[in-house]
Design a protein around this ligand. Sequence first.
Ligand code: ADP
Ligand code: MG
Ligand code: ZN
Length: 475
Amino acid sequence: MNMKYEIVIGLETHVELSTESKIFCSCGGHSAANEPNDCVCPACSGMPGMLPVMNKRVVELAVTAGLMLNCNINKYTTFDKKNYYYPDLPCAYQITQINHPICTDGCVTLKTSEGTRDIRIKQIHMEEDAGKLVHSGNSSFVDFNRTSVPLIEIVTQPDFRSAEEVVTYLNKLKSMFRSSGISECEEGAMRCDVNISVRPEGSTEFGVRTEIKNMASFEAIERAIKYESQRHIDAIEYEIEELVQETRRFDDVSGKTFAMRNKETEADYRYFPDANLMPIIIDDAWLEEIKAKKPVAVDEKADAYREVGISEKEIDMLISNHKISKMLDDIVAMGCNPKDTATWILTDCAGVLRKDGKTLNDLTMTAETLATIIKMVDSGEINRNAGKKVLIAVVEDNVDPVEFVKAQGLDKKFDSSAIESVIDTVIAQNEKAVADFKGGKEKALMALFGACMKELRGAGDPAVIKELLEKKLKA
Ligand code: ADP
Ligand code: MG
Ligand code: ZN
């Protein structure tokens, strides 16, 4: 037969939100936990009679996600109970949204090797996560640290046509959520259910779909899509098996998918409104407040960085790190040059931290402090070498940059006579090096130059100093 097939994919992506507390109680997020059941209270462990209290921040982050994905933000939103019995769900129901989700009808544009593609977002809803089962020998344990951790679930329309598009989409979500503080999207904090079907090219009807549950690695998602779509095509082409709508799991070792269960229908979950939680009304004032705080979309931000000459590599680093891009934006707002500031942060600060085995995430310096250093350099008060010295002292010993510059005499505006007298002293004190240089050893010049720089403690313009030194030696 050899018909050509089109792959159709829709995604349901769960993202753990970076809130300080869980969605309906004041327990810290499970990432704060050290031991199993560290972060639990009567509410999130399902003790009888406990009532949920809505975390306002969850609503704000869900709305922010909706704005970034061009959704309608629904002014009236409610919670529902999704009932099922499993030991990781202490109440035997999950609080989620089915009747009035918070965001609907969005759209995200992807840049792929084939051009741009629009993926429609069906909805975003808020829900709580379930706990975790730990199996050991003949026993099973349940860890409730993750119960009631806030999630948003982003459901797309079946608009993807390849694994590449899916991975591009997920990477884009990840950048967006990181850059806006919605989620750090660490390992396991972003999990997808991948719905797949195939159809003959040109057909307008959808084929039977299967759903691969709970995929956390983008690489595994890519492999699963390739395997599962081929299984569908083979099933149709050779009629070796009948495709049924079902839930499957992907086995990382064999690279194959296996049937888990027939797909549940909505009725199986006996959804009904959660009477313990009031409807949430998002009025115009609140929406405006959230909009005002909404960071610019990733694409716009990258374009803006590109425009001021920041390199692609630096843009990638900035876009995926909210803390750092915010620091850059803040420093630029204080009047510093964006491209220079990017170098100060991503090359200089990162380099100093790397020496101690740290990363930019460990940077404790404030934007104001770094702006102070950059401005001292830009104004010519100190040279860039001295600026780097100040930076090291700030990062390592948390000194005050202005005090440090004064104490070290880095800000001395060396006039040429001051520089000359330093050079004269150095020449007088280093007879051997001077003789070596005069005898043709070029390297001796660097030793003398180093001695001058040391004496000047990094002040003065290195190029000018070197020129003067050479002139004096050759005189
Ligand atoms: P359900 O209520 O059964 O979960 P939804 O309509 O919510 O179904 O769809 C769930 C996901 O499956 C969505 O991401 C949607 O895009 C996707 N989907 C629906 N039909 C198909 C199909 N024929 N092929 C691939 N994905 C599909
Ligand atoms: Mg669904
Ligand atoms: Zn709790």
